[in-house]
Design a protein around this ligand. Structure first.
Ligand SMILES: Cc1cc2nc3c(=O)[nH]c(=O)nc-3n(C[C@H](O)[C@H](O)[C@H](O)COP(=O)(O)OP(=O)(O)OC[C@H]3O[C@@H](n4cnc5c(N)ncnc54)[C@H](O)[C@@H]3O)c2cc1C
Length: 483
């Protein structure tokens, strides 16, 4: 008879000195108290954790960078399998690949790759985990040039629901690799490492433009006609703040020279001022710099890598975010709706961010990877931040209100900007890929051990089979069964 499985690695229990930190999520709105957190030191620790939880019927969650907007990587009374100690980056320059530990944060990845002049198209926040980002897609300032993070993914090493360590690449378990390219974190097993194709990006040119808030209609018109169709080497983001914050800004990055960039962004520089005497734009800056320094600028770290300090895994602030996609340009009604919601926002820390798609993102077929929104022109992210708990209700309500107001003009949502309020979430996140994702789930995790309120079911909605019995965790609803 084999002995009952034991937890191995650094085990943290309630009452232990590190427990307070170990249970924290990046979003301070989330507060949960796991029964145990295990910081795994290798794939064997992950396998033991999976077997331990299975033997005791304890619910579990995988965790990397803790940035899940709804805090689904931490669970009350369950087991958190934390891979953040697996953060090595091994680079093979000859083959142009890097093997990245699933617990690495983006700054660790950018820094290690940048030392040898290569990089990965990934997100802009330095503390986001490579695991959640890649598994959900991964958009950033190199995306129109080089694709989503998941488009550079060549292989994963994963611990399955049976506690087996398997590999998925273009030769074995291809269906699992496909699902890991945008199918979302926490669904199929615990990834312990990712193998990526690397890209040679020594230098980039970046820009920043700001306008007075009153210019919103003209700026949005100009940006939407420009950003998704611009030179593929150029990716830009437009930030529309609440009217009380008084500004609109656009930042972007070109794989090219400053001169080229100034020429390319002319459509944004020549937006006609809507308000008499207003200056349009109010400021413009263009700079050419090593890519790693640009990462620091966009990540809010400043441009000198020697001075970078990041507070890993610390709860930062309270926020609520949601998302949607524009598949067509906005008409005057859509623009007026956005402006009206931003003028009614409960605080100056409410905003809408638009990320330009097209380019390399759009050249991939919607079913070539699990990430389906390849034909979108841009994503919208509705965001509200606050500190005082008393501001929570109105902030969350504003995000939901602007999301609903924009539904007539948008489709779908981005799994990495996960929002528990979206009702038709399976279709919104995965569109036509739902049935195939459910088949991968049924094959690799038939008992739905990896389960959370927005996890992929083993049977697609409408199929006769119900999800496996047992609780699905906090916030679970019956929406999954909705057609
Ligand atoms: C400040 C901030 C900035 C962001 N910027 C960007 C951006 O620029 N571009 C972008 O595309 N997204 C961005 N995001 C969204 C981000 O991609 C998602 O929140 C992502 O899921 C975070 O991954 P994580 O590993 O940090 O989070 P976690 O909370 O650790 O995990 C997220 C999900 O993945 C699962 N998971 C974690 N580790 C594993 C693993 N090893 N194996 C299997 N499943 C796992 C978890 O169970 C959970 O469901 C940002 C988020 C924040 C908070």
């Amino acid at each position: 008879m084999s002995a009952a499985p034991q937890l191995t690695g650094r085990v943290v229990l309630p009452g232990d000195p590190g427990y307070g930190d170990a249970r924290e999520a990046y979003n301070a709105r989330v507060s949960r108290s796991p029964r145990v957190v295990v910081f795994c030191q290798d794939a064997g620790d992950v396998a033991n954790a999976v077997r331990w939880a299975t033997a005791r019927g304890v619910e579990l969650r995988a965790r990397s960078g803790r940035h899940c907007y709804e805090g689904f990587s931490v669970i009350d009374a369950g087991l958190v399998i934390d891979v953040s100690d697996l953060h090595s980056v091994r680079i093979d320059r000859e083959r142009g690949v890097a093997v990245v530990g699933a617990g690495a944060d983006l700054l660790t990845v950018y820094d290690a790759l940048g030392q040898v002049g290569v990089t990965l198209p990934a997100g802009s926040c330095p503390t986001v985990g490579i695991a959640g980002l890649t598994l959900g897609g991964g958009f950033g300032l190199l995306s129109r040039a080089l694709g989503l993070t998941c488009d550079s993914l060549l292989a994963v090493e994963m611990v399955t629901a049976d506690g087996e360590v398997i590999r998925a690449d273009d030769k074995e378990n291809q269906d699992l690799l496909w699902a890991c390219q945008g199918g979302g974190g926490g669904n199929f097993g615990v990834v312990t490492s990712f193998t990526f194709k690397t890209h040679h990006v020594p230098e980039v040119s970046i820009f920043s433009i700001s306008w007075p808030w009153a210019e919103l209609p003209g700026v949005l018109q100009a940006w939407q006609a420009f950003a998704p169709f611009a030179d593929e080497r150029l990716t830009s983001l437009l930030t529309l703040k609440a009217e009380s914050a008084g500004g609109i800004s656009c930042v972007g990055q070109l794989l090219g020279t400053g001169e080229e960039l100034r020429r390319l962004i002319q459509p944004l520089l020549s937006v006609q001022a809507a308000v008499p005497f207003s200056v349009s734009p109010s400021s413009v800056s263009i700079e050419t710099l090593p890519h790693l320094r640009a990462v620091g600028q966009f990540g809010g770290l400043g441009s000198d890598p020697e001075q970078w300090t990041v507070h890993q895994h610390q709860a930062q602030e309270r926020f609520k975010n949601s998302s949607a996609y524009a598949y067509e340009r906005f008409d005057a009604g859509a623009i007026a709706t956005l402006a009206a919601e931003l003028s009614r926002a409960p605080s100056s820390r409410c905003l809408v961010q638009l990320d330009a798609y097209g380019g390399a993102v759009g050249r991939v077929a919607p079913d070539a990877t699990a990430f389906p929104h390849r034909r979108a022109l841009w994503s919208l992210q509705y965001q509200a931040y606050w500190n005082a708990p008393a501001q929570e209700a109105e902030s969350v309500a504003w995000v939901e209100r602007v999301r609903r107001s924009m539904l007539p003009y948008t489709r779908g949502a981005y799994i990495n900007y996960i929002d528990a309020n979206i009702e038709d979430w399976l279709t919104a996140y995965y569109g036509p890929n739902v049935a195939r994702l459910a088949a991968v789930k049924a094959k690799y995790d038939p008992r739905e051990l990896f389960r959370f309120p927005r996890s992929i079911p083993r049977a697609p909605p409408g199929a006769a089979e119900a999800p496996a019995g047992g609780a699905r965790g906090e916030g679970a609803t019956d929406e999954r069964a909705a057609p």
